[in-house]
Design a protein around this ligand. Structure first.
Ligand SMILES: *[C@@H]1O[C@H](CO)[C@@H](O)[C@H](O)[C@H]1NC(C)=O
Ligand SMILES: *[C@@H]1O[C@H](CO)[C@@H](O)[C@H](O)[C@H]1NC(C)=O
Ligand SMILES: *[C@@H]1O[C@H](CO)[C@@H](O)[C@H](O)[C@H]1NC(C)=O
Length: 515
């Protein structure tokens, strides 16, 4: 009798933990999209606990090699159980949004929990943030489970030019899961690596110039770089507020759009979100997940300099093939266009780096000053830390030239305000006479370019949005993406185009971990 009741207890707890549904159902978590997960929750084929356990196991197995994750949330299983209970008792909101979906956050996005927020640097280990980042508040409201922090190019690749993409002091070198010796690209490298390798359902990254689009391209995932201000940057370790933006990296366009829906919108701690809120359509972005979204869309192709690969190359053939597919799906391609002053925009001549150097110090100091506690309170202190702990941070090998340059310029240029004003006015002119003019003249809905190209600079200085979708694999197996970019607030069109392209091509396949 005692044995029977013990057995009953064990059985009951196994049932409650979903042990049998897990083993008896054919549901496979690997590569599952949010729609699949929601359905599996609904049909009692899956619990959030099983989902989190799956990802934790994947992280334990794969992360020592890939280093896409810096920290796992010690409360992830607790949060999963809470989500399962809420679903069981039908708490309002428990069947929609991101309820019970585990998400990884780039380590420059603050969370007020047991996780550290360090931009990958030991200098910020032990710092205490005053509150969740604006996007994290929205994620929690949408029911998402914060699974952990993903690695990155340290300080979003604004410490030094010499450091490789995907390196940070705290977790070392992130690896491309398709070809381990290949570039994972940065700076949101860990977010791209981790969702590609199924170490999380979805993730967030940030972009100042290319940091979502490029890792999405190299890790064969979908990345959305939203219009600046569409998503809050409050509580995000900055490069520069004028260009920084937070966006999703996910395995599918629809996953990325569900995450965007959860994080976009007004936040009183980031004034730019007030201005950009006008772009958000009633009902959010999911209504633009239209499989026939390419019909009638006008797409511009700027060959020079974005398609500067030879006519005989695999890349060339792949993109020509994609152009045909886009046409077959009803898009009108306007070819051989030119962006005015594109060489200036995509080179040092634009002054983009100089402006970043000038704007960085006040932005980072402001972030450091508002921390509740921190080992460092200024850029100067971070530089000193990196010198003192050069072994931890590989400062001798990789340097900190951008930090030093930013610190030097802040003391050396006497008329910073005037210099910046001039630079920003140059960016406005370049954007107005560049992409804006081109799109208006040819009545384009979007520009189409390889995601790894210099198109990111055009989008960066204009504060414009872009979406990267997997487009192919080179002869060595390294992924590449196709980018659809447009003017501010053009996310609805870009989502229709990206979803139409993804539906017609289905290029993504899971990583193979080649050496
Ligand atoms: C955060 O950093 C501290 C060291 O300061 C460490 O003890 C702790 O385990 C870290 N948190 C997580 C979730 O890894
Ligand atoms: C590629 O082909 C086009 C026309 O088909 C030609 O005009 C161009 O010169 C070629 N470029 C290269 C790099 O071979
Ligand atoms: C800036 O630095 C340069 C080179 O070190 C020096 O010649 C110049 O006098 C400095 N200017 C100011 C305003 O400090």
């Amino acid at each position: 009798m005692a044995n029977d009741s013990l057995l009953f207890l064990i059985l009951a707890s196994l049932l409650l933990s979903g042990f049998f549904t897990k083993t008896s159902s054919a549901f496979s978590i690997e590569e599952a999209a949010i729609d699949d997960l929601r359905l599996a929750f609904k049909q009692n084929q899956l619990t959030s606990r099983q989902l989190v356990e799956f990802y934790l196991k994947r992280i334990r197995r794969l992360n020592p090699l890939l280093r896409g994750v810096i920290e796992v949330n010690p409360d992830a299983l607790f949060l999963a159980d809470k989500a399962d209970l809420e679903r069981k008792v039908n708490t309002p909101g428990s069947s929609g949004g991101l309820h019970g979906i585990p998400i990884l956050l780039k380590d420059n996005i603050a969370t007020k929990d047991k996780l550290n927020t360090t931009a990958g640097s030991y200098a910020l280990l032990g710092s205490v943030v005053p509150r969740d980042a604006g996007v994290v508040m929205k994620l929690r409201k949408a029911g998402a489970i914060i699974l952990g922090k993903s690695s990155l190019s340290e300080w979003s690749h604004f410490r030094s030019n010499g450091a490789p993409s995907g390196f940070c002091g705290r977790s070392g070198q992130g690896k491309n899961p398709y070809v381990l010796s290949a570039d994972p690209c940065g700076s949101s490298s860990g977010s791209g690596i981790s969702v590609a390798a199924n170490m999380a359902a979805v993730s967030l990254g940030t972009e100042t110039d290319g940091s979502i689009l490029c890792p999405s391209s190299y890790n064969s995932v979908v990345g959305i770089k939203p219009t600046v201000g569409l998503t809050s940057r409050a509580g995000v370790i900055p490069i520069i507020p004028r260009q920084d933006t937070v966006g999703p990296l996910c395995r599918t366009v629809s996953d990325a759009v569900y995450v965007l829906d959860a994080i976009a919108g007004f936040d009183s701690n980031d004034a730019a979100t007030g201005e950009a809120a006008k772009y958000i359509p009633n009902g959010g972005y999911r209504q633009f997940l239209n499989p026939l979204g390419l019909k009638g869309k006008r797409l511009g192709i700027v060959r020079d300099p974005f398609y500067n690969f030879g006519n005989e190359s695999h890349l060339h053939r792949t993109f020509e093939h994609h152009f045909q597919t886009l046409r077959r799906q009803g898009a009108v391609l306007v070819d051989n266009l030119q962006i005015s002053h594109v060489d200036t925009i995509t080179s040092e001549q634009s002054g983009e780096t100089l402006a970043m150097l000038l704007e960085f110090k006040p932005a980072i100091n402001k972030y450091l000053e508002q921390l509740v506690a921190s080992p460092v309170r200024s850029l100067e202190a971070v530089i000193a830390f990196n010198k003192k702990f050069s072994r931890l941070e590989k400062t001798k090998e990789y340097g900190q030239d951008l930090f030093e340059e930013a610190e030097f310029l802040s003391r050396n240029i006497t008329n910073i305000e005037a210099t910046l004003k001039k630079l920003v006015s140059t960016f406005r002119k370049l954007s107005k006479n560049g992409l804006e003019k081109l799109i208006k003249k040819h009545r384009l809905d979007a520009l189409v370019a390889p995601s790894f190209s210099a198109v990111s600079a055009v989008l960066a200085i204009g504060q414009y949005p872009g979406i990267s979708v997997p487009a192919g694999y080179d002869s060595g197996g390294v992924p590449f993406g196709i980018c659809f970019g447009g003017l501010k607030g053009s996310e609805p069109k870009l989502i229709e185009i990206a979803y139409g392209f993804e539906t017609a091509t289905k290029v993504r396949s899971p990583p193979t971990f080649k050496p």
